[in-house]
Design a protein. Structure first.
Length: 423
């Protein structure tokens, strides 16, 4: 069957006006979590090669259209008017790859019409074949094989299998078309917890949970929110999904939880109702962790949690200027990545790397174990060392440029951890 008049009406590959034929979305605050997406190719200018659509690149492909170069009589589109064609003069292989916004692909399918048997194969990130399927023979209209055009090929992974990183379609160098390429994936949702925030005192007045620092009047409540915003903006720029436990200066808990300490201009907790002693409001902490309830079961499995803090305690020379704590079984690796990311911007003191420690007494970390989601609580430098009265870390925390570098480094570490976890 000749490459050209049999099916050509070559077009530039862009997306159809209904380029996404079906896009099932679940909105997570600040991000869209797509579960299943079907890509068609209408609206694409003819003859553009290697189109990239919704984070998916089709290498070795060109978009054709009915009314142009495509022979619709024998190679009809499954929907709309455009299809993908294995580029003339190529090797007869179309390779599909996914960018960083499409993670943990577990199922792919496409509708195929060809001059001979077409094989669809799925591979993991290391290039190992996961599964393959074939159309079984020529299936253009008039082929006489009894195989319908636009045969649906579908590959779904077994539980526990490595995820799909690449898909190929091949026919040994002859001509075929692809339409309605679908993929299902379980994207990571990054949950960002800006520690602390204002709470109501006994007079229903909002008060900070942490006192101001001596030199720059910094509040941990505000610093954590600044770091959270930098991480959020980086994830958003990269098209990734995220949730935030708070986006303003107030903590999520809207009931009284402590008394006002006028001397230090902060909330004081005379009768704490949680494991951490007098360090915070347990009701607030438990309430903010209900953010996991916004996620479906599969999304919980793909979630990555971080609680952001700066340190006002003592022990910087012993514990290191940055520490990270964890509880859920996979979270030690996450904690190390986050600590190392921060230390890449602000090197450790002469005492060496900051502390990494398992601590399931912390409510937010106990929740990560409950939901089986990797999580870490990061203490980003010391805004104040209680035993020394002040630290040089306070100056770094007051530097907007350094905060930007630290926040972006943390975001990168979260994504790298998720990528490695979901291979």
């Amino acid at each position: 069957m000749h490459r050209y008049k049999r099916l050509l009406a070559m077009t530039h590959p862009i997306t159809r006006s209904k380029c996404i034929v079906a896009l099932l979305l679940m909105l997570a605050v600040g991000g869209a979590t797509a579960k299943e997406t079907t890509l068609g190719f209408d609206g694409v200018t003819e003859l553009v090669s290697n189109p990239k659509i919704e984070g998916v690149t089709f290498s070795g492909a060109t978009v054709l259209a009915c009314g142009g170069a495509l022979n619709c009589g024998q190679f009809p589109p499954a929907s709309g008017s455009n299809i993908l064609y294995d580029t003339s003069g190529g090797s007869g292989v179309i390779t599909v790859t996914f960018d960083k916004t499409v993670k943990a692909v577990t199922k792919v399918s496409a509708k195929i019409t060809g001059n001979r048997a077409i094989t669809m194969a799925a591979f993991d990130v290391d290039g190992n074949l996961l599964k393959s399927m074939t159309t079984g023979g020529p299936n253009y209209i008039g082929a006489g094989t009894g195989i319908s055009p636009n045969t649906l090929l579908s590959i779904a992974l077994d539980p526990g299998s490595k995820k799909i990183s690449k898909v190929t379609f091949r026919d040994s160098g002859n001509t075929f078309t692809i339409d309605d390429f679908s993929f299902t994936y379980d994207p990571a949702t990054y949950i960002i917890d800006a520690g602390h925030g204002k709470l109501l005192d006994e007079n229903n007045v909002r008060r900070y949970q942490r006192p101001a620092t001596p030199t720059y009047n910094l509040r941990e409540d505000n610093l954590t929110l600044l770091f959270a915003g930098i991480i959020r903006d980086k994830l958003k720029k990269d098209g990734l999904s995220y949730l935030e436990t708070r986006t303003g200066e107030n903590a999520p808990w809207n009931e009284r939880c402590g008394k006002y300490d006028a001397k230090n201009d902060q909330i004081y907790y005379p009768q704490p109702d949680y494991k951490e002693g007098t360090n915070g409001c347990g009701s607030d902490l438990r309430n903010r962790m209900r953010i996991f309830d916004k996620l479906e079961t599969k999304e919980k499995n793909g979630a990555v949690f971080i609680s952001l803090h700066t340190n006002g305690g003592s022990g910087r020379l012993i514990k290191g200027r940055t520490q990270a704590y964890w509880c859920q079984k996979d979270s030690d690796k996450l904690s190390i990545k986050v600590r190392n990311a921060i230390q890449g911007v602000v090197p450790p003191l002469f005492t060496g790397n900051g502390l990494i420690e398992k601590n399931c007494d912390l409510i937010v970390l106990a929740a990560t174990e409950e939901f089986n989601a990797p999580g870490t609580l990061a203490e980003i430098l010391y805004h104040l060392d209680a035993s020394l009265g002040n630290t040089d870390d306070e100056k770094i925390l007051n530097d907007a440029g350094k905060r930007q570098q630290i926040g972006e480094a943390i975001a990168k570490a979260l994504v790298e951890f998720s990528d490695e976890k979901n291979k």
